[in-house]
Design a protein around this ligand. Sequence first.
Ligand SMILES: Nc1ncnc2c1ncn2[C@@H]1O[C@H](COP(=O)(O)OP(=O)(O)OP(=O)(O)O)[C@@H](O)[C@H]1O
Ligand SMILES: [Mg+2]
Length: 292
Amino acid sequence: MATQATDRALLLLLGVPGTAKSWVSEHLTAAICGTSRLIVQGTAGTSEEAIRYGWNYALLLAKGPSREAVVASPIIRAMGEGRIARVEELTRIPSETQDSFITILSEKTLPIPELNEEVAARKGFNLIATANNRDRGVNELSSALKRRFNTVVLPPPATIEAEIAIVETRVAALGRAFEIPAEPPGADEIRRVVTIFRELREGVTVDGKNKVKQPSGTLSTAEAISVVGSGLALAAHFGDGRLSAHDLVSGIGGAVVKDPVQDAIVWREYLETVVKERDGWKDFYKAARAGA
Ligand SMILES: Nc1ncnc2c1ncn2[C@@H]1O[C@H](COP(=O)(O)OP(=O)(O)OP(=O)(O)O)[C@@H](O)[C@H]1O
Ligand SMILES: [Mg+2]
């Protein structure tokens, strides 16, 4: 709201990947300005042209620099149309290139010196960026750039009930989108997946009694959603159409074990010390042991 009311841009930031940054940014831009398509995907190879403008060289050679020969970036288009542009994975963009955003955000204009012109942003122009601060290969934002953003951190869901509800709704939507011919998963199966993810993420069992070792990977809600989603697809096509522990174990194992040595030990220890002892989790323990 502060972003909408002022001219500061919005940055969705967080520790772990998969907390719906991109999803929130996409829905916000679509809701505010009618399109979520004006997007710059940040990568280590993102160049200034992708943020500012490039040239259509054939036209440039034929006619010399002209407005026609300018290839506008999504950012320039958003400025011209007074819409919101999205920048995905801002921190993956090299620092020198990130600097281009400083002028855009402070002046709200973009000079095109070759034409002795500038593109001025129409009212309504703004940026929504997503970034990650806990991944390898990210470039810290300069404080000059940081200052131009309102920063919102998206944490993983606070309570297990909230997380279960999110997984349930998203999996139901995915099941419809992919036309998976399976029964929607039972609340119990989802609770089990979410419980495992939360315990490993937080390093303690939900009852708070036992410590568990944490694996190296990030066990986000997005991953829980995809584990249940792929389990559902397995159940539909190779099982009896009902999500069972058997359909889930390989997905969970794959999500947890990112480092084949360290994480495998963590996962096995978790199975033996937590899963094995838990009431009603025998089937899961057996399926996981068979798969391990
Ligand atoms: N809290 C949440 N509420 C609703 N959906 C969620 C939530 N967390 C994750 N998801 C789901 O997870 C999926 C992936 O999220 P998204 O791609 O937006 O994550 P991200 O934070 O951008 O991850 P990355 O850092 O990898 O880019 C989305 O489709 C979204 O539905
Ligand atoms: Mg994203």
